[in-house]
Design a protein around this ligand. Structure first.
Ligand code: GLN
Length: 533
């Protein structure tokens, strides 16, 4: 029988429900259980692909090309799973499915309603993920009390009737704030939030109390009494130095044991030794490097979640901590690159969309190329590197991507002919994992140690083959292509110590226990530069 853990959040958003779910998944997987995840998002967009990163943070891309919530990135980084479209669902997708069914006549004669039609569709979505697993961890986006998440909460309230009471566990993530002027922790917001849940018929079994200090036993007793939960089910979820400590902290609080007992799971003993060693290494590195990240969503670090994590992972095999310097590309346009980049150990240009900040990125790349600073350009970052090279080395001053200047005479980055007629915006990009062939003897080949790789994509535009010969004749190396050789996936430079641009996003494949080779090599190059200086 499948078991279901439902994770809800209360009091405020950003309490780390996603990380908590990921950490629970880690603990259960480490005890030999087969797990899966589902993130239910209460917005009307069919997926987050059309949303601005300022609104929603990073769009995480899966191997099968789904544009998903960034929590799926946490789930993958904390476990061994490879997730897919079925692990993320939104209100928009649920309604889209139900409305299509209605138009097809599936409910002929009936009035289609939130209960039961929408809630049934939600429950079906949950059951679809359960196939072949011991436990599914279902995280409900938003905060209890929001109008938007009500259908999801109603659906999970009904679940015990469908799958058996003993197979369902409700975990509520809540806040226990320390009030400076009173000099104490306050439980009232937690009480209110649990009351809100109980009003709609859900009595949580376990409370994960986010706090900046340990909860004294008396405090736990009080929360247990007022919230109607067992005393040992009040868990301190204290702030941690590194997100990867969360499973360790939960384990110390006895959370996995509690879950295993409550759901009567047949689980092995936990094995956290390797993970623990990784966390220790991460917290106390011998060296440190500064990586300058020049982008356009710098006000919202959630927009680059996988990337900043991948950099941290890349530090691990080098015993190096990575200090990220976040630079707004438009600041480089205004003030020039020197004052930001003269002391840096490495430059990274991440992915992005739209014209704003492009010239600052191109200028940054020119600076890094001329000064021999290790450079990594990802997706848009790679495209900007091609633009920069065409302008500076081929003398094509106006070289550009047709994304930014549609009728440019030198579209070194362009749409493929078959893409020109596509009008639909959502999901119309090259999305998901594609194979890539690496050229032997190149930097990319040395990094991967293989000629066949697979990486995840999310972009519309491509390297324009009309400029291939001219660029390669002047020192640009094409080190990775699609297996048919048609699409350029990786570029390098002949006369530079470490310069790599990838059309794909390696950051989506990086995990702390398996740092991605591109990031490991980039940090190694940055460390070399630092020592060399
Ligand atoms: N805007 C570029 C494109 O669509 C790059 C996308 C990205 O960096 N993810 O091709």
């Amino acid at each position: 029988m499948n078991k279901f853990i439902f994770v809800t959040g209360g009091v405020v958003s950003s309490l780390g429900k996603g990380l908590s779910s990921a950490a629970i998944g880690h603990l259960l997987e480490s005890r030999g259980l087969k797990i899966s995840f589902l993130k239910l998002d209460p917005y009307i967009n069919v997926d987050p692909g059309t949303m601005n990163p300022f609104q929603h943070g990073e769009v995480y891309v899966t191997d099968d090309g789904a544009e998903t919530d960034l929590d799926l990135g946490h789930y993958e980084r904390f476990t061994s799973l490879t997730l897919s479209q079925q692990n993320n669902c939104t209100t928009g997708r649920i309604y889209d499915t139900v409305i299509k069914k209605e138009r097809r006549g599936d409910y002929l004669g009936g009035t289609v309603q939130v209960v039961p039609h929408i809630t049934d569709e939600i429950k079906q979505t949950i059951l679809n993920v359960a196939h072949g697993t011991d436990v599914v961890i279902v995280e409900i986006g938003g905060t209890v009390g929001d109008i938007e998440s009500l259908p999801f909460l109603e659906a999970i309230r009904q679940m015990p009737f469908d799958v058996g009471r003993e197979n369902v566990l409700y975990i509520h993530v809540t806040l226990v704030p320390y009030i400076e002027t009173a000099g104490e922790l306050k439980t009232k917001p937690t009480q209110h939030s649990v009351n809100k849940l109980r009003e709609i018929g859900i009595q949580p079994h376990i409370l994960l109390c986010r706090t900046d200090r340990f909860l004294a036993p008396s405090m736990k007793d009080k929360i247990a009494l007022f919230c109607n939960v067992d005393k040992d089910a009040v868990i301190t979820a204290k702030d941690v130095e590194s997100i990867y400590e969360v499973p360790i902290v939960f384990r110390k609080e006895g959370l996995d044991e509690l879950i295993v007992r409550s759901l009567r799971l047949e689980a092995g003993p936990p094995s956290l030794r390797a993970w623990d060693a990784m966390v220790q290494k991460l917290k106390r590195p011998t060296h440190e490097v500064t990586i300058s990240m020049v982008g356009k969503y710098m006000g919202s670090k959630e927009s680059y979640k996988s990337l900043s994590e991948a950099l941290v992972h890349g530090g691990l095999p080098n015993d190096t901590g990575v200090n990220i310097q976040w630079i707004e590309s438009e600041d480089v346009e205004r003030n020039g690159p020197d004052q930001y980049l003269s002391e840096t150990d490495g430059i990274l240009i991440p992915g992005g969309f739209g014209l704003r900040g492009i010239e600052g990125k191109v200028e940054t790349i020119r600076y890094g190329r001329e000064k021999g600073i290790p450079f990594l350009g990802l997706c848009l970052g790679m495209q900007c590197a091609v633009i920069e090279y065409a302008r500076s080395i081929l003398g094509l001053d106006r070289a550009n991507s047709s994304e930014f200047e549609p009728h440019n005479p030198y579209p070194v980055i362009d749409l493929l002919p078959e893409q020109r007629t596509v009008e639909e915006k959502g999901g119309s990009m090259r999305l998901g994992a594609y194979p890539c062939h690496l050229v032997e003897g190149t930097l990319a080949h040395r990094i991967y140690g293989s000629t066949e790789i697979s990486e995840r994509h999310r972009h519309r535009y491509e390297f324009n083959n009309d400029f291939r010969e001219k660029l390669t004749a002047r020192g640009l190396i094409i080190s990775g292509t699609s297996p048919d050789g048609r699409l350029v996936e990786i570029i390098e430079l002949k006369h530079h110590p470490w310069f790599l641009g990838t059309q794909f996003h390696p950051e989506y494949h990086s995990r702390p226990h398996q740092p991605h080779p591109v990031f490991a090599a980039f940090i190694e190059a940055a460390l070399k530069r630092k020592f060399g200086r």
